[in-house]
Every structure is written in C-alpha cells, then in structure tokens.
Design a protein around this ligand. Structure first.
Ligand SMILES: Nc1ncnc2c1ncn2[C@@H]1O[C@H](COP(=O)(O)OP(=O)(O)OP(=O)(O)O)[C@@H](O)[C@H]1O
Ligand SMILES: [Mg+2]
Length: 172
C-alpha cells in the first residue's frame, strides 16, 4: 500500500508521516528531497502550494519507490500516480500563520500559503487526481492523536468515510 500525506506547508506532514511510518515500521519518503535528488533542474519554488510536477518526473518517482508499505511526505505527494490513499492535512488559517511564522518564512510566502489553505487548493487537486482521499484537521489535535487516526484509516478502509474531503470550510 502506498499512502501520501499531503497538505499546505505547515499542516504537519513531516511530523505525522515520520510518526506513522515509525509506528507501522513502513518506509518513509521525503518527496521534496527525493525530487531534488532526481533532478536538479526542476524549476520549482518548493514552498508554493500550487505546483504541478511534470508527468514523466512523477512516473519516474513512482517507478523507483517501494511498491508497498510506504508513507510519502510532501505537498506534491498527492500527484504521484496510483496511490492507494491520500491523507490531506488541514490547519485553520490563523494557526497555520503562526506555524509558518515559526518556520521563519517571509510574510509574502506565509500569505500565499495561508490563502491557498483557505481555498482548499491542495485538497481540490488531491481529489481531482485520486479516488481515495481523506481530510484530517491538525489544528487542535496533537500529533499522537492524529497519527492514531491516520493509522486507523490505513488499517480499516471502513474508517475512511469518517474523514470525507470537503468537510472543512475555513471561509464559512
Ligand atoms: N497535530 C499537530 N498539532 C500541532 N502542531 C503540529 C501538529 N503537527 C505538526 N505540528 C507543528 O507544526 C509545525 C509544522 O510541522 P511540519 O514541519 O511537520 O509541517 P509540514 O507540513 O511538513 O511543513 P512543510 O511543508 O514546510 O515541510 C511544527 O512546528 C510542528 O511541531
Ligand atoms: Mg515537511
């Protein structure tokens, strides 16, 4: 099974991907580092939420990664072909703003990503590209609890209907 953990920068992808992979004893892939190693000519601004990686690059990654028991971490991870499950992490814009400030990001980059989170950019893209997408709120829930939720969703497909995409509306 290949599981992508995606979401706007700062929603907790790396924290959760590493926790889940460790607890399940699965492979962990940091997609941004992987893409950078694959080719240093990708013309990307990595911290933007809306970047489309060329299909041949995504296919090359898909061909090289382990076929089973892998968690793929990154805000582009939902673009990898033939995923079994995508978990899109969501964080309320005010909390996301704080987390990105702590990362030391510029106000322009923070605003760009907070705006993308507000209008569900990554969730929409993930749903356009995948059949099985869950939406998980990390705003007020600690990493251990979110990690338990993700492991539950992985282990029991029946749990996925509890986290349907489109539940969260930050602009409501
Ligand atoms: N469930 C959570 N609740 C509260 N804070 C969290 C949670 N998960 C992660 N964080 C905090 O949010 C910050 C960002 O987490 P992390 O670096 O894992 O996000 P990311 O989505 O991987 O970001 P990036 O896309 O920039 O790599 C960290 O300070 C982390 O401790
Ligand atoms: Mg990260």
């Amino acid at each position: 099974m290949r599981v992508a953990i995606s979401g706007t920068p700062g929603t907790g992808k790396t924290t959760l991907s590493q926790l889940v992979a460790e607890k399940l004893d699965w492979h962990y892939c940091d997609l941004n580092s992987y893409l950078t190693q694959l080719t240093d000519t990708l013309p990307y601004d990595w911290d933007r939420s809306s970047v489309i990686v060329p299909t041949h690059t995504l296919q090359a990654v898909a061909d090289q990664l382990p076929a089973h028991s892998i968690i793929i971490d990154g805000h582009l991870s939902h673009q990898i072909p033939a995923l079994d499950l995508v978990c899109v992490l969501r964080t309320a814009p005010s909390e996301l703003h704080k987390r990105l400030l702590q990362k030391g990001w510029s106000s322009q980059k923070i605003q760009e990503n907070v705006n993308a989170e507000e209008v569900d950019v990554i969730l929409i893209e993930a749903c356009e590209m995948n059949n099985s997408v869950c939406e998980i709120n990390t705003t007020d829930t600690g990493s251990d609890a979110v990690s338990n939720t993700i492991r539950d969703i992985i282990a029991k497909p029946s749990q996925r209907s509890r986290y349907p995409p489109g539940t969260i509306d930050w602009l409501a």
